[in-house]
Design a protein. Structure first.
Lengths: 360, 354
């Protein structure tokens, strides 16, 4: 058998960053696949050990530049729990609203780039247009489009206004999601590219530690929002897929965006009726509690854990991130075996891997 | 041709040019006309596509160079001309250089067999369709050789994809052409057009048109059949290693082929240069004018190009809408559906005629 070794990446149009897949190809079929990561390693965890908590806070958004709010939340939450800082309910609702907006933005970007991987060019521009409206809103509130630095220990940096803007944005997005579905969901070529491609069975998904939409697409009820206090008063559905193939991962993300819109509307209703913003408490840099703590958040790419170990100094003793994409990259070795080259792109794209998050 | 020839010799004689030189010029001049027409068309076709794709995707398209960006593609072409040619040490130099040249030249032959109006037809052969079949198979073959000679893994994959696709779309194309030939009772493209004076072929051969249209998209290597240069999988497919003018030849060749294929579709199925309502506008409005004879030719070319642009618009629309087939599904489409359908279509058309 004539084998060809193909280094797919790190510079390749559809690895979405700097992933290198070492493929052994027989014709177009991959005999084996070895994902190689580490091209975007910035030492986020080690840097934390030499910076004070306040200094590290702006860097947290950079762990995953597509959904910075979730990482801010995980870090803030860890610090708050360690130091027993009470977060006002109003600030929590703002956090939920911003995170869900960010989830929509992240899923929109995934949708566009995924269709680009499959060879359709237009959806990318359409989804970026809607994502732009969300980013514009973020810019209005936080001053930044991607690296927000908006959540602080004990709340959020300042009050948000412009609720009508958010309503307009999410209503527009709800309308546009229907348009995307008209264009994409029933397209026979799209179906032939995604149905029964890259099937991840329930047991395999659990074995490899998948979380988030990828796990739910395999039909496993697992959403860490259920365990988060700040989502307690909010009603939403958890979307489950049936088959665990690329198509169900697509469906799960599409419906999750709709659920996020639903959550955002509930948040706005609450925020409008209880407009009681208070400035976050100032915490002293030198009075950190000892101890270790895990905080978690359901990010668009799965469970994000922030492990924080403090020995009472002004800097963390150890900080560890657990990110969803890392586990999605691991599973590639298993599910890409025996798959042809176009399907590799379809499967890899459907897992929604963001490389900075993998390497940190 | 005789009428034009006499006029041409007459005009040149009035400038004291001898008859022999005039005769030679008369046979060479159309080449220059066609090549300059080709280059100008291709450059503006690229702009047309970029603008359209821009509007399809909620952008403005190129709008900086020149008025409304009309010089953008001209600037691009000049840039490509000036760029350095890079080639790998391990590539097959001869084939690497030859492939883009032959691929482009074959397309010029395609441009020459097209009847642009009832008089201007460079190669007015009685087997025009056969010339088309031969010349149009060259580009894909040399895409394969380009990928093979550039010694790049992505190019190799792209080139054997191109070869597999060529084999599969050729069969329905030939069967559909046979059905059109059977209807028009001629293989001369000019006579095929004239046959459609009363009724376009598309009305009696709608299935054939659909099959030919889909196969042409595959032949043109365009979305959803752009397997051999699938950007998200193979970087650039067979022309990954090409740069500068050699790349430009593939690029321009692709668009020249797009235009000529769409002209061919309009000739085979939509009456080519014939006006859509059976009456020439120049006869209505300028019937008494002394130059109405020449205006008629321009009008015929205008109708041909208008029909062509409408077909190109639909192909660009498809590009903006659809994702890409995989190799497997594309081959399935051609072998399982289009090939049997085209044979059935041919049989039906023969039975109807009998």
């Amino acid at each position: 058998m004539n084998k060809m070794t193909l280094n797919l990446g790190p510079q390749h149009p559809s690895t979405h960053g700097v992933l290198r897949l070492i493929l052994e190809l027989d014709g177009e079929r991959a005999i084996s696949c070895e994902p190689d990561i580490g091209y975007l390693h910035r030492g986020m965890e080690k840097i934390a050990e030499s910076r004070s908590y306040i200094q590290y806070l702006p860097m947290v958004d950079r762990v995953d530049y597509l959904c910075g709010f979730f990482y801010s939340y995980a870090f803030c939450n860890a610090v708050e729990h360690l130091n027993h800082i009470e977060v006002p309910k109003y600030a929590n609702y703002i956090r939920v609203m911003m995170m869900e907006l960010n989830r929509i933005a992240s899923h929109l970007l995934w949708l566009g780039t995924y269709l680009l991987d499959l060879g359709a060019i237009s959806p990318m521009f359409y989804t970026f247009r809607e994502r732009e409206s969300i980013l514009d809103y973020f810019e209005k509130i936080t001053g930044q489009r991607m690296m927000y630095n908006y959540f602080v220990f004990g709340g959020v940096r300042h009050n948000i206004l412009y609720f009508e803007d958010v309503l307009n944005i999410v209503n527009n997005i709800l309308f546009k999601i229907n348009e995307y579905e008209n264009l994409i969901t029933d397209n026979p070529i799209f179906l032939s590219r995604t149905r029964n491609i890259g099937v991840i069975s329930k047991s395999k998904a659990l074995d490899w530690g998948l979380t988030g939409p990828n796990l739910r697409a395999s039909g496993i009820l697992n959403d860490y929002r259920m365990n988060m206090e700040i989502y307690d008063d909010i009603e939403y559905d958890i979307i489950l897929g049936n088959d665990g193939d690329c198509y169900s991962r697509y469906i799960v993300r599409i419906y999750e965006m709709r659920e996020s819109v639903c959550i955002i509307k509930q948040c706005i209703d609450w925020l409008k009726s209880n407009n009681t913003f208070s400035e976050p408490v100032k915490i002293s840099l030198n009075e950190f509690q000892k101890g270790e703590i895990y905080s978690f958040v359901e990010a668009p790419r799965g469970l994000t854990l922030c492990y924080l170990n403090s020995v009472g100094e002004s800097t963390p003793y150890r900080l560890k991130w657990r990110t969803g994409s890392f586990y999605s990259t691991q599973i590639l070795r298993d599910i890409l075996r025996g798959v042809s080259l176009p399907d590799i792109m379809a499967i890899y794209g459907s897992l929604d891997v963001v490389l900075p998050e993998v390497d940190r | 041709m005789n009428f034009l020839l006499c006029k041409f010799v007459e005009v040149l004689n009035s400038f004291n040019v001898s008859e022999y030189i005039a005769l030679i010029l008369f046979s060479v001049l159309p080449f220059f006309i066609i090549i300059s027409f080709l280059v100008v068309t291709v450059i503006f076709l690229v702009l047309f596509e970029r603008k359209l794709l821009g509007y399809f995707t909620q952008r403005k398209g190129p709008n900086r160079v020149g008025l409304w960006g009309i010089l953008q593609t001209t600037a691009d072409a000049i840039k490509l001309l000036c760029k350095e040619n890079i080639e790998l040490l391990s590539s097959d130099k001869f084939l690497f250089t030859l492939s883009p040249i032959v691929a482009f030249t074959a397309i010029i032959i395609l441009w020459c067999i097209i009847p642009y109006n009832s008089e201007f037809n460079m190669i007015n052969s009685s087997v025009g369709v056969l010339i088309y079949l031969v010349a149009s198979s060259f580009p894909m073959l040399f895409h394969f050789l380009a990928g093979y000679s550039s010694n790049n893994k992505y190019s190799i994959i792209g080139s054997y994809r191109a070869l597999a696709l060529t084999v599969s779309y050729s069969v329905p194309v030939i069967f559909t052409l046979l059905s059109v030939i059977y209807i028009t009772e001629s293989m001369n493209l000019n006579q095929m057009v004239l046959f459609q004076t009363s009724r376009w072929v598309v009305f009696s051969n709608i299935l054939g048109f659909i099959i030919f249209y889909i196969s042409s998209i595959a032949k043109l290597n365009r979305c959803p059949f752009d397997l051999s240069e699938a950007e998200s999988e193979l970087v650039c497919g067979y022309h990954t290693e090409y740069s500068g003018m050699r790349f430009a030849m593939f690029f321009l060749g692709e668009y020249a082929e797009l235009f000529v294929m769409c002209m061919l579709i309009s000739i085979l199925f939509f009456g080519g240069y014939l006006p859509p309502f059976g009456i020439y506008l120049s006869n209505i409005f300028m019937g008494n004018c002394p130059v109405s004879h020449y205006l008629l030719y321009f009008e015929q070319t205008f109708w041909l190009i208008l029909k062509t642009l409408i077909i190109i618009f639909s192909i660009i629309w498809i590009r903006a809408t659809l994702p890409r087939f995989t190799q497997k599904t594309a081959l399935e489409l051609f072998w399982k559906y289009l090939t049997p359908l085209s044979i059935v279509n041919l049989i039906i058309i023969i039975l109807v005629r009998i």
